[in-house]
Design a protein around this ligand. Sequence first.
Ligand code: MEV
Length: 308
Amino acid sequence: MALALHPHAEAHGKAIVLGEHSVVYGFPALAAAVPGSLTLRAAALADPRAPSTLRFPAWGLELGLDARSEHPVARACLEVLGHCDGPLTGWAIEGDSRLPAGAGLGSSAALTVALARLALGPQAPVEEVVAGSMAGERVFHGEPSGIDSEVAARGGLLRFVRGQAPTPVPLVAPLTLVVVPSRVGRSTAEQVAKVRARVEGYPTLARPLLEVLGRSVDQGIEALAARDLPRLGEIMQIAHELLSALSISSPVLDALCSTALRHGALGAKLTGAGGGGCILALPGPEPGDLVDAFVAEGYEPLLVELLP
Ligand code: MEV
């Protein structure tokens, strides 16, 4: 077991551009990192046998990482540290993030990736960091596909298939995305279970929807390569409607997508598990107008800029 944590680590958030839920069934997905999203710092406590602590003011968290704790964040953190052979006691960990927690932007993967990095160090192979993160992600989400951990650890724009190493997707020009948190909470595990119920109850109806969602990913990547943003926007629209047919959207998310389209977005869809969480909009030439429209309605949109 490592005796010390490293003093500092970072991880990205993520926004799924295409392929959420179908990725759970082995189809590809496309996800973008929300860069510089989460930071952890670690300092040794005076007593190395005292339970470690996690303070995360931005998320209102102040926890003892005690083996008896039933708090999912404490349990997940201990799983990550255990998996990475990190010290289980004796450390004060302090976190900060611009990601809202539990909103579909990969906050739990960012936390677990950064924690794995505190334990494994900055030179650790990314595969080991992802494996450490997944030990914690399973506490939060059951059997996640792993896309959140991969993006949190690697950054950039990635095409991901469950069980395979992700492929970076090259950009021919900068890409701006607008993420809008709905401020409605939801559980990823419950949303994944909802889709499973559809697939089991209506296999011949729901399976083809998942297949088409999977197919939308490579068509979206082709549109990006051709810099055909109107086409990418339309593919995102189709994906939102398919996700709705799988019972994953909500009236709030549909309303946010309509607002985005009314204010010049080329496409808008739910992103992540749905039910609440966020939408992702592809802005037209004036992303500022779209951002202003959401701010005027009291939302706090996040601008995600991806560079070639
Ligand atoms: C959650 O960010 C994405 C889902 O596809 C679940 C998963 O991939 O594990 C809904």
